[in-house]
Design a protein around this ligand. Structure first.
Ligand SMILES: Cc1ncc(COP(=O)(O)O)c(C=O)c1O
Length: 389
């Protein structure tokens, strides 16, 4: 029995089903598998923003080498469950966050601009300390065709590669920052493993070049995350083995490689499980309306896609009148909000979907509940359930 079946079997409420169900054993197995496939020199971090729930962090804590955090809030969440190293990144670090990062002894701070570098050095001087930094680079190259790009295009992230020489020259003059290496997180939801290996090779070449030109002992090369989930065709997932093999070939004693995985770590362990409240036809199209919607699972609205799903038929039907049904046809699955944008599935084929059936949205463990606008319309929140074996 899988985690969702386990949850449904033990559920006692009469209200329509609406829950996030997390399979913690599945998460551990998946994370352990990823870690064991990496070269021994590669450090395996979890990017907390993908899902910062405490049980998720606790499940991953014994497996990962550290955590990537993007706010003082995420730092607190990690500190509540772990003493492992943290890397603190993000383009808008407030002084209070920089101070908190220094006080909690984060392993590295990513530096994203000249002004941030100067502020960091200033705050570290006031605190009488030196801060190890990773220089976050926005490369000149477009490194992938992934969904969101942070490299080779103008963004708020990192230092333009063309400005790296003056940036390093200035940082080297400072006595309260220590350049430990470079940070290259450059893409989100990349599905091309070969392109990812080529990106890592490029990161290593650039870092080696800057190390040599500036006489740096900056051995850390943080390649960020960005490994994708194929929401459009889950049967053709990202080829992790190709990436792991590529990293093994590129592994070298001169470099401390860090990978910070968010989406690919937690997406598969979570399911958003909801009940169909109504099924109807409108202007020639079929609609199923669920309890819940994009205020709980914003990703398909944000990316204008159909979220992968499957139907769990429920045979019980308590009304003395017709059960609305769509059979062997396309259906749009919409939520309970007052906006036509509240759509999770856009015209996908189903054998059968009836009012009262349950729809399971898969790959809902990352950038799902945490990125959604929960308060809109004040509907009750979903149950959040963590299943252990
Ligand atoms: C600096 C940094 N590292 C790692 C990640 C994790 O990326 P992903 O969830 O695509 O693996 C992110 C995501 O935004 C990030 O900003």
């Amino acid at each position: 029995m899988n985690a969702v079946e386990h949850y449904l079997m033990n559920r006692t409420s009469d209200e329509p089903v609406c829950a996030y169900v997390y399979d913690l054993n599945g998460l551990r197995d998946h994370a352990e598998g990823l870690k064991s496939s990496l070269p021994s020199g590669c450090r395996f971090y979890y990017a907390v923003k993908a899902n910062s729930d405490q049980p998720i962090l606790e499940a991953l804590e014994p497996i990962v080498d550290g955590f990537e955090v993007a706010s003082a809030g995420e730092m607190d969440k990690v500190e509540a469950v772990s003493e492992k190293p943290m890397i603190f990144g993000g383009p808008s670090k407030k002084n209070v966050e920089i101070e908190a990062a220094i006080e909690s002894g984060v392993e590295y701070l990513n530096v994203e601009s000249f002004h941030e570098l100067r502020r960091l050095n200033f705050i570290a001087e006031q605190k009488g300390t030196t801060v190890p930094i990773l220089v976050r680079v926005n490369l000149s190259e477009n490194v992938s065709n992934s969904h969101l790009r942070m490299s080779g295009v103008p963004t708020q992230f990192g230092v333009d590669e063309r400005d790296i020489p003056p940036f390093l020259a200035e940082a080297l003059e400072m006595s309260h920052v220590d350049i430990a290496g470079f940070h290259f997180h450059a893409m989100s939801n990349n599905l091309d493993a070969e392109a990812h290996v080529a990106f890592v090779r490029l990161c290593l070449e650039k870092s080696a070049d800057w190390r040599e030109r500036f006489g740096l002992d900056a051995r850390v090369v943080d390649i960020g995350g960005g490994i994708g989930i194929n929401y459009w065709n889950p049967d053709e997932p990202f080829d992790w083995d190709t990436l792991a093999e590529g990293l093994k070939e590129l592994d070298s004693a001169d470099v401390e490689l860090i990978i910070e995985i968010g989406r690919y770590m937690t997406a598969a362990c979570g399911s958003y499980v909801t009940e169909v409240v109504d099924v109807k036809r409108n202007h020639g199209k079929n609609f199923a309306v669920i309890r819940g919607g994009t205020h709980h699972l914003r990703l398909p609205a944000a990316w204008k896609m159909s979220h992968p799903f499957h139907v769990l038929p429920v045979e019980e039907w308590s009304y003395p009148f017709l059960r609305p049904t769509v059979a062997r046809d396309e259906v749009t699955i919409a939520g309970e909000l007052c906006t036509p944008n509240d759509v999770l599935v856009r015209g996908e084929y189903v054998d059968e979907l009836r009012a009262g059936d349950v729809v399971v949205f898969e790959y809902a463990g990352a950038y799902a509940w945490t990125i959604s606008h929960h308060e809109f319309l004040s509907h009750p929140k979903p149950e959040i359930v963590y299943i252990e074996k």
